[in-house]
Design a binder for this molecule. Sequence first.
Ligand code: NAI
Ligand code: BGC
Length: 256
Amino acid sequence: MKRFENKNVLITGSTQGIGAACATRFASEGANIILNGLNLDAGGEEMMNKISLLGGKVKFVADNVSKAHQSINLVNEAVKAFGSLDILVNNAGVERNKNFWEVTEEEYDLVMDTNLKGAFFGTQAFTKYCIENKRSGVVVNMSSVHEEIIFPHFAAYCASKGGLKMLMRNLATELAPLNIRINNVAPGAIGTPINQKLMADQEKLEKVTQNIPMKRMGTPEEVAALVAFLASDDASYITGSTYFIDGGLTYHYEEQ
Ligand code: NAI
Ligand code: BGC
């Protein structure tokens, strides 16, 4: 029996990168998938085909999670897609590399609204659905090592992921009586389009990987394996925690 047979899973921002790897992993373990992105681009089309080939049902819902009403609509459409929703992965995220003193309100809003507000209202809509239908549920948020450690020149990004840490901790207690589990996954440097610039700069990439005890970036598939574990019944007693997946980056110590 596959772990996610008859389970319906919504993954926000799943046209590429970590979200796409999560969708693929859930589908390979039997799930039906609701994909999401701002619009159905080539990546979304490719994912639709990939999931279908894995044998699961798939639907793409275009919504911008940085707008509360669209984030809520996305969850409601996901419920309608296959009649129920079991797992929500709040994965969509953006970052902007800027000196703190140059960040505009527009850039701040984009980062905070996509990474934090989207997860807030998506999880709220999912919670209401679970209450109304007397169902249990699982939420996994894609946080970052930067919910814990600094990332100079990414102040808004760090604020959004720090917020996601406290949102998750708060909701774990509030939602436990409703049988809804919620956890964060906190990746370090992962090889996805968000790191395109870094990966194209050999010198910078070398510096970044030398600072990681395992001396390499992680893969989206490695992150997806952790997400699937936390979303599965294998993690039935796990709620309210952050799981780091970072090759040792967060708590490392350089021996002198
Ligand atoms: P990516 O840029 O490759 O993918 C982001 C996805 O989110 C895309 O599918 C994009 O279409 C979607 N998206 C962006 N804004 C959206 C919006 N407003 N509404 C709906 N969808 C939207 O990035 P990656 O690396 O796959 O990142 C996914 C998540 O993982 C993000 O939350 C990011 O902060 C987090 N993360 C990534 C790390 C990395 O090194 N790649 C490390 C730590 C965390
Ligand atoms: C960021 C990446 C960065 C990684 C490690 C992630 O949250 O999105 O750009 O490489 O953290 O610093």
